[in-house]
Design a protein around this ligand. Structure first.
Ligand code: ZN
Length: 343
């Protein structure tokens, strides 16, 4: 079979398509013939070099495909059949530590994301433990299905188990055109919140409005913190959905209401920020960290999808063999929605 791999870190030229044996499945695993796989920004960071990446590495975290073989334990513990259409959950955890027993998979000491610290899914065939395989929603296409898991889990975990977003609350969500931003806007609207989001040009502003955002600010021309306070009658928002870090941090704090929650999962513009602690304690604010999500999050996300309340956005589908162009497209940053590979 063919698989997209890196043998060393670096530019797009380090990506190659290798021929490997089809993986043997363990008793608890399912063999999936991959139909579509998604790119995430994580792929770029992994390719360029972050700690803990085993080389050579099959890239990619999100995949959807067809059940091709079922291990004996997987067959007795789960109800998959040959030919089932499925998606994979982009996490692995030990399943028996205290965190795992509490359903906090993403706090497990042995937590991994395929395509980061363990072998990924951009291959013709993948072997996946059955507990990380779920049925593909019928109302999503193959590209939309692969676009869903990593971005949706990250956004959902921030909004629900972490920030406990409530109906009627105001939320500021950065980056409407990003995978997690576009997911978060739809989820927040489904939960009954009032959404303010940001985008960088007129085309993306219109796309953000179509997603259901109540207000879309142009971050290139508008002062975010100040404008958010004006929109909310001087109060600020109840929740800030942060994934950009240094460049937006001061606006995030300025935009946050008394008793507000700032939840963050990323620092794409820089990880070091300043906090005036007096403002935090006087206003009873919370700053909450979050990474990825849990299997339970993914189960709940699929309910939103089935109810037509959440639809992942696909920007462009590339043939599997055009992986370098797909990376380039993602790095150019002009996309609205996910970049997908089709096998
Ligand atoms: Zn564990």
């Amino acid at each position: 079979m063919q698989a997209i791999r890196i043998h060393e870190h670096g530019s797009r030229d380090k990506i190659q398509i290798d021929t490997l044996p089809v993986p043997e499945i363990h008793p608890d695993e399912i063999l999936i013939k991959v139909k579509t796989a998604a790119l995430n920004h994580l792929d770029i960071w992994v390719r360029e070099g972050i700690p803990g990446v085993p080389l050579p590495l099959i890239m990619g975290s999100d995949a959807a495909g067809i059940v091709e073989a079922i291990g004996s334990k997987a067959a007795s513990n789960f109800s998959f059949s040959m030919g089932d259409e499925v998606l994979t959950i982009p996490i692995r955890s030990c399943g028996h530590c205290d965190y795992c027993m509490q359903g906090k998979d993403n706090l497990c000491r042995d937590f991994h994301i395929p395509g980061e610290s363990i072998q990924g899914v951009q291959a013709e065939y993948i072997a996946v433990p059955a507990q990380y395989v779920l049925a593909k929603p019928r109302n999503l296409s193959w590209p939309e299905t692969a676009a869903l898991p990593l971005a949706a889990m990250t956004a959902y975990h921030m909004l629900m188990p972490k920030a406990h977003l409530q109906s009627g609350e105001w939320i500021l969500i950065y980056g409407a055109s990003s995978g997690i931003g576009s997911m978060a806007i739809q989820m927040a609207k489904a939960m009954g919140a009032k959404v303010i989001t940001t985008a960088g040009n007129e085309e993306k502003i219109q796309a953000a409005e179509r997603l259901g955002a109540d207000y879309v600010l142009n971050y290139k021309t508008q002062a975010i913190g100040k404008t958010v306070r004006e929109i909310t009658g001087g109060q600020g928002v109840d929740v800030v959905f942060e994934h950009t870090g240094a460049q937006t941090w001061n606006d995030s704090l300025r935009a946050l209401n008394k008793g507000g929650r700032l939840v963050t999962c990323g620092a794409t513009t820089g990880p070091i920020v300043q906090i005036d602690l007096r403002a935090v304690f006087i206003k009873h604010q919370q700053i909450i960290g979050s990474t990825m999500g849990t299997r339970q999050d993914m189960v709940e996300i699929l309910e939103l999808v089935k109810a037509d309340k959440l639809k992942p956005l696909v920007d462009k589908v590339f043939p599997f063999t055009e992986i370098k162009n797909a990376h380039q497209h993602l790095e150019d940053g002009r996309q609205f929605g996910k970049v997908i590979l089709e096998l």
